[in-house]
Design a binder for this molecule. Sequence first.
Ligand code: VGL
Ligand code: ZN
Length: 232
Amino acid sequence: MAADRTVRPALIVVDMQEDFCPPHGSLAVQGGRDIASIINTLLAKPGFVARIFTKDYHPTDHISFASNHPGPDNQPFTSFVTMNNPAPGKESETKQQQLWPVHCVADTSGAEVIPEIDISSEHLVVHKGMRPEVEMYSVFADAFGNCDHGTNANSVSIDVAATLRTQGVTDVFVVGLAGDYCVKATALDAAKVGFNSWVIEEGTKCVVPASWDAVKEELVTAGVSIISMNDP
Ligand code: VGL
Ligand code: ZN
């Protein structure tokens, strides 16, 4: 980290929720619960200007639930091509919509932050993915990279970029679940909207563990830095 700039760091703890953790989570990420102590160590550091907990928080009719797409081909962990509903004047785009088991339904125990996470430090909670037709892996934008709150109104509970800017945050440190989806998307979008973006490697686990090397490459190419707990 350059010594000649004032660093105002924020910590974003992504989706450390029951449904993403073994043994009972419907979309459990291998080793997901085990990173809680590393995240608690980070949360206890005095330097963070802001600490944000994100919560995936879906309605029962969410687009990402395989069960909402009847048909033999639409199984969890498969994907299909979908189009966005563009803002006026914007072009429509297509992307792959990944299908998942039902997970993190609003107001259910699966959406709770796991009790191993120490929530005693001052923090903000951000809910995301609350509109049925909008997939929100990142807290900054939908899965099309659309940060436009005209089309994403109510899909995320607060404007995180604006909140962090108000607090003079320069650097965003991202940990949590899952490394290959919401952590990746949040770190990429943090860089895109103008923050120095960092992922702390020991603080995340992937849905597909073997994908982590490729994910790291994609992050680094986009200007995100990967660091270790052991780095100074
Ligand atoms: C996530 C899949 C679906 C995540 C959220 O938190 O990485 N993954 N919804
Ligand atoms: Zn989700």
